[in-house]
Design a protein around this ligand. Structure first.
Ligand code: 6PG
Length: 251
């Protein structure tokens, strides 16, 4: 893995604007290179204005394949649904073919079965796109990630079983007693590009642990993200505080 690219931006609006530029570039580059773009979305609150901005772009929508890096185990019309948020902010406003939007299943009442079902859905799409066997890990073009104030990413929470799952693409993550459907670290690390979006002073402590030269990956799971492709962090000044992350600062 090459060294992470670290960009510090003044505030969350600047982070969203920079992320919009990077995501549009990644989509256009992927489509130009191999005629599709496989994109996994982050949940939480930070990316919502990014998704609204993407709805205003002129992009080759029919070439996009949309997935979620994690999903809360709730119906899509639940206020906590990551898929529901992205569809309302973006996906329902642009002509992406419905069968290109792979919403994690969360209605079966059995998170493990839902994770296996999503695993099969991801494999089926990439089997068609990349002709890969079930022994291979599909390669996303871009995976968007957030980071919690405890250093989790996707639904890879500290000291949970999901952190050690390496034989599957999708597994059950647990935020306390709440089950989630999540990409595993190997699937994330296979991606051509991974982009973290981190804003807010509450992320500062965890950032310090994630970027520390030594540390416990299972205490701060964002440390597990070391993609073979490009890893870029977009971080606002509130989250950086006085930390020295070896970053390049944008004006
Ligand atoms: C989720 C996310 C999670 C999120 C971080 C940051 O389902 O909540 O996928 O990993 O990205 O918790 O959330 P904020 O952007 O709201 O700070």
């Amino acid at each position: 893995m090459s060294a992470p690219l670290i960009e510090i931006v003044p505030d969350k609006p600047a982070l969203v604007q920079r992320a919009l530029t990077l995501v549009v570039e990644a989509i256009r580059s992927a489509v130009a290179d191999h005629d599709y773009c496989a994109l996994a979305l982050a949940g939480g609150s930070t990316p919502k204005p990014l998704y609204s901005g993407l709805a205003e772009q002129d992009l080759p929508w029919e070439k996009l394949y949309i997935f979620w890096g994690d999903e809360r185990y709730v119906p899509i019309d639940h206020p906590d649904s990551n898929a529901g948020m992205a569809k309302a902010a973006w996906l329902d406003r642009v002509p992406i073919p419905p069968d290109h939007i792979l919403v994690p299943p969360t209605l079966e009442g059995d998170p493990a079965a839902s994770a296996n079902q999503y695993n099969a859905m991801v494999r089926a799409v990439f089997g068609g796109l990349q002709g890969i066997s079930t022994a291979e890990v599909p390669q996303f073009d871009l995976i968007l990630l957030g980071m919690g104030d405890d250093g989790h990413t996707a639904s890879l929470f500290p000291h949970t079983a999901a952190l050690t799952v390496t034989d599957r693409l999708i597994t059950v993550g647990n935020r306390g007693r709440d089950p989630r459907i999540t990409f595993t670290a190997p699937l994330i690390n296979r991606s051509r590009q991974v982009l973290f979006l981190v804003a807010g002073a509450d992320k500062q402590t965890a950032l310090g642990h994630v970027f520390a030269p030594e540390g416990d990956d299972h205490a701060y799971p964002s440390r597990l993200i070391r993609p073979q492709g490009e890893l870029r962090w977009l971080i606002d000044r509130q989250a950086v505080g006085n930390l020295d992350l070896g970053q390049s600062s944008l004006p």
